[in-house]
Design a protein around this ligand. Structure first.
Ligand SMILES: *[C@@H]1O[C@H](CO)[C@@H](O)[C@H](O)[C@H]1NC(C)=O
Ligand SMILES: *[C@@H]1O[C@H](CO)[C@@H](O)[C@H](O)[C@H]1NC(C)=O
Ligand SMILES: *[C@@H]1O[C@H](CO)[C@@H](O)[C@H](O)[C@H]1NC(C)=O
Ligand SMILES: *[C@@H]1O[C@H](CO)[C@@H](O)[C@H](O)[C@H]1NC(C)=O
Length: 882
């Protein structure tokens, strides 16, 4: 046990377990290496192995097979204050000594426990509930749906901590203002901002000014450019912080490069956010003031509802019953659409709220949908706040897989499939992209009302080359509402059917994967794939080098079919290209959203320079059912290996740095596997081989012929003797993937040494069998153990070496084709081909080999034995070692 404890302590002081050992149980060996995980160490969560743990969570250390869970090692993710920052740290300790002394004579050790207990004993330090993925009740989720904030340079912290708060005062940012929307979804808080100057970072802080979460904002994406928004997500919010949000005690700060530039605002819950259609960011004439308008509209009896939250409009004289005038005005004009006044009983130096409800004309609604209105609020003292009414602040995208509708009465099975995605840009226009695959004839491509297929917009004119990309200006308020409510669809009609394929548009908060330039349409490459199956995948690598993806499938029958998602990479498209394949997920639903933490620079450069596919396999048949190329890969520079300008990385499909499993050689016009040999297609009579990912070629060496008039047959490199016996000159022999005509003679090609001129092979023209014979060596005049091989095929005695008296005899009995097999180190491919096993340390191992696994920086783990049998590694723990 002593040894083992040491090992644990070693690992825990590093707080991250090295999980490479678990490889021996994995069904799929990762082809990408595990090194270089770059998950920010600054997060308010803990990383243990490859798992993320919430602050406050408790678990037993799981070292993975074959060690399993250590029920006496209790780990906890505890908050740790690092200046203003609160981060998560893993604390693990041995609780064996804390076990209470059992009070009975025969205590038992229950399974999954550390302490022996007596019947009835309850309190034990090993009573923990390990909830890796905490469940959030529907109730809690509903309670936390929508929040908004107004951010200004004004201090908004608890007065009790003025000292720390004063450091937050940001006078340089007095004219900066922003408004945010926050939507809570599955433990994640999606945030969106409108701003008047693009910030560089975002922080979530508590009322004391402690930083709970901090992010560098990713460079502007296509979506963010088109909408003028900042979008992001704070993932996996710990329970404690969820409480802060619920109780309106969370603040958000936007930061700029200069340290004194920052603005802060508190998150408030507003009921109006449930129906928000448009938003406005209000900027003021007074420094450090700002506001936002939440605009809802009813189209049945046209009316508008404005909820305005603002800060800093009131002066010290405004103590009670202050009149605020609210105006809705046409942009660049004096036309007032609406004017109202509201009395604020108790003006606050912090957030104030006013509301206006009013009927509105349809033409004014149209102005609203075209972003032609602004809202202005002012007080008698002349202070004003104003801003243009725009698409609602929330970052969202609407997407749909397009498939043949199931409810169709027309019996038409179509190979056509497709996808659509769209969003509202900063001018209120709907930007759409529709991709259709396998379409031959198209009558009408339309944006329709999903339930009755009523066409709203004809997208057909923009359709070409399988794509319809375009913009619909000023989407009407009614249609916008329908879009937000998920009532719209994309429909493709042909002369034969009014709905060949269609898909209902669903709104999704935008961040990470969905912030990519475009999704990739998953296509049926396998004719056996179900005809109605389709889907698409969003994928992106964030600035912390995590790979995010979202898969959306349609037409999967049954819906809970077990599937596997793979990420595949080849250096470039050529026959025999080596595939690096990584299993991303096993799933059985039509929607999957997940991520891979901290991809290493090594694997990211491969994705960046290679050709990348997503492949969905049917788990039962192991056949690919949907596949797509990931074309729009964009990997942050900071995630790639660092190279100076004059040290540009080679696209390294032949480099030593590559994972050996994928080593293959590109030669001629195709890839050749490690360890194989082939006749060069570039030069005649040259044989090549691939060793350690490098190509080596040798000119063919022709054996001497025994006949007087040998013939050189076409396509042969070496002349051979005609065999006149009962010949079968039509046949040929096969050796090492090459063909030799009947009767041919040649020296065998034995990489890495090249052609073995001490052996000659022939293709027997009677039975078409290859026979190789070695040069016959004469008996040695000395003991064999002292004989050496200089040049030539036979060993010679020291006395025969030139310079010594006796002359050299030309041959010896030891040809070396026989011992070739042993002296020649097998290539990795050969070991694997004969049932050997891949293994990250010291591997590959030969079939039947046994060894002790090694743990990073620690060495052999003697009480675990691994065994390679027929390509599979099985590791077992010594039973006595508990
Ligand atoms: C976004 O806009 C900025 C400034 O116009 C530009 O530099 C950047 O390339 C754009 N990004 C994308 C993804 O279009
Ligand atoms: C339509 O947009 C997609 C995604 O940006 C792009 O890949 C495609 O080439 C575009 N097609 C046409 C015809 O413009
Ligand atoms: C010659 O070789 C061919 C192909 O291997 C075989 O089909 C045929 O029977 C052989 N003929 C003789 C005479 O051995
Ligand atoms: C070819 O094989 C036949 C049958 O095994 C044998 O009789 C013959 O001697 C062989 N020919 C040569 C040239 O080795």
């Amino acid at each position: 046990m002593g040894n083992f404890t040491f090992f644990l302590i070693f690992l825990f002081t590093n707080s991250v377990l090295n999980f490479k050992l678990t490889n021996c149980s994995r069904r799929h060996l990762p082809l990408f290496s595990d090194e270089g995980t770059r998950k920010s160490s600054q997060a308010a969560e803990c990383q243990f192995g490859k798992q993320l743990r919430e602050l406050g969570s408790v678990w037993f250390a799981d070292l993975g097979p074959p060690f399993g869970i250590m029920y006496c090692i209790r780990c906890e993710c505890v908050p740790y204050q690092k200046k203003r920052r609160v981060i998560g740290k893993v604390h693990c300790r041995n609780i064996k000594n804390e076990c209470p002394k059992p009070t009975c004579d025969e205590p038992v050790l229950p399974p999954g426990k550390c302490c022996k207990v007596c019947p009835g004993d309850k309190n034990s330090p090993d009573n923990i509930t390990d909830d890796l993925v905490p469940i959030i009740s529907v109730e809690e989720e509903k309670n936390m749906k929508h929040f908004a904030a107004v951010l200004t340079a004004r201090i908004q912290l608890e007065e009790t901590t003025v000292a720390s708060a004063s450091t937050l005062l940001s006078s340089g940012a007095k004219d900066y203002v922003a408004t945010g929307r926050f939507a809570f979804h599955k433990r994640n808080l999606y945030f969106s901002f409108y701003f008047n100057s693009r910030p560089r970072g975002v922080q979530f802080i508590d009322q004391k000014g402690n930083i709970l979460e901090e992010q560098v904002l990713s460079p502007s994406s296509v979506y963010q450019n088109d909408t003028g928004k900042i979008c992001g997500v704070w993932r996996r919010i710990p329970r404690e912080y969820r409480r802060l949000i619920r109780e309106e005690k969370l603040l958000v700060t936007l930061l700029w490069e200069r340290a004194d530039l920052s603005i802060t605002g508190q998150l408030y819950r507003f009921r109006a956010l449930n129906t928000e259609l448009y938003s406005a960011l209000l900027e003021g004439t007074i420094p450090m003031s700002g506001g936002t308008a939440i605009v809802s509209v009813s189209t049945t009896a046209p009316s508008i509802h404005l909820t305005i939250a603002f800060i800093g409009l009131f002066t010290a004289e405004d103590v009670a019953d202050v009149i605020v005038i609210i105006k809705l005005q046409v942009l660049d004009s004096e036309d007032v659409v609406l004017e109202d006044s509201v009395k604020v009983d108790k003006p606050s130096s912090d957030m104030n709220l006013v509301e206006v409800r009013s009927p509105i004309s349809l033409s004014d609604l149209q102005l609203l949908s075209k972003h032609k209105l602004k809202v202005i609020i002012s007080t008698k003292s002349g202070a004003t706040l104003s801003g243009k009414i725009m698409t609602r602040t929330t970052c969202e995208i609407f997407h749909a897989p397009l498939i043949a509708p199931i409810d169709t009465t027309d019996v038409i099975t179509t190979p056509v499939s497709g996808l659509a995605w769209m969003y509202i840009d900063m001018n209120g226009a709907l930007k759409y992209h529709v991709q259709l695959d396998q379409i031959t004839q198209l009558d009408m491509l339309g944006l329709v009302i999903e339930r009755r297929l009523i066409e709203l917009e004809d997208l057909t004119p923009s359709f070409r080359d399988g794509w319809a990309n375009g913009t619909i200006d000023g989407l009407s308020v009614r249609h916008l509402e329908q879009l937000y409510n998920g009532e719209l669809a994309i429909n493709v009609a042909t002369p034969q059917t009014r709905s060949l394929v269609r898909g209902k548009l669903t709104g999704r908060p935008l961040a990470d994967a969905r912030d990519a330039k475009s999704p990739s349409l998953l296509k049926r490459y396998n004719p056996a794939s179900p005809a109605e199956l389709t889907g698409f995948i969003w994928a992106a690598v964030d600035i912390e080098c995590n790979l995010h993806y979202e898969v959306v499938l349609a037409g999967l029958v049954p819906e809970n079919h077990p599937l596997e998602l793979y990420l595949e990479e080849i250096p470039f498209v050529a026959p025999g290209a080596p595939v690096s394949r990584r299993l991303l997920a096993e799933f059985s639903s039509i929607q999957l959203e997940d991520f891979i933490l901290g991809m290493s620079p090594h694997e990211l450069i491969k994705l960046d320079s290679g050709v990348v596919y997503f492949d969905i396999k049917d788990t039962t048949t192991q056949k690919s059912i949907l596949k797509t190329q990931w074309k729009d890969i964009s990997i942050p520079m900071s995630c790639l290996p660092h190279y100076s300008d004059n040290n540009v990385p080679a696209i390294n499909f032949n480099n030593d740095g590559i994972a050996p499993e994928t080593a293959a050689c590109f030669h001629g016009d195709r890839f050749h596997d490690e360890g194989t040999q082939w006749p060069s297609t570039i030069e005649h009579c040259v044989m090549c081989t691939c060793r350690h990912g490098r190509v080596k070629c040798d000119n063919v060496i022709c054996p001497a012929t025994s006949c007087t008039n040998p013939v050189l047959k076409s396509n042969q490199c070496c002349p051979s003797c005609e065999d006149n016996s009962d010949t079968n000159m039509t046949g040929s022999c096969q050796l090492a993937g090459q063909t030799f005509p009947a009767g041919a003679t040649w020296h065998p090609y034995l990489p890495p040494n090249g052609f073995d001129s001490c052996a000659t092979c022939t293709c027997n023209s009677t039975n078409l069998k290859v026979k190789c014979t070695r040069v016959e060596c004469p008996p040695l005049p000395c003991d064999e153990s002292v004989a050496v091989r200089k040049s030539g095929c036979c060993k010679i005695c020291p006395s025969q070496i030139p310079g010594s008296e006796t002359s050299i005899s030309t041959v010896d009995t030891m040809g070396w084709l026989g011992d070739q097999q042993d002296s020649f180190t097998k290539t990795k491919a050969e070991i694997l081909a004969s049932g050997g096993c891949n293994y990250p340390f010291g591997g590959p191992y030969e079939n039947g080999h046994e060894w002790h696994p090694r743990v990073y920086s620690h060495g052999e783990v003697k009480w675990v034995k691994c065994h390679c049998k027929d390509g599979k590694v099985r590791c077992e723990r010594n039973k006595k070692h508990h």
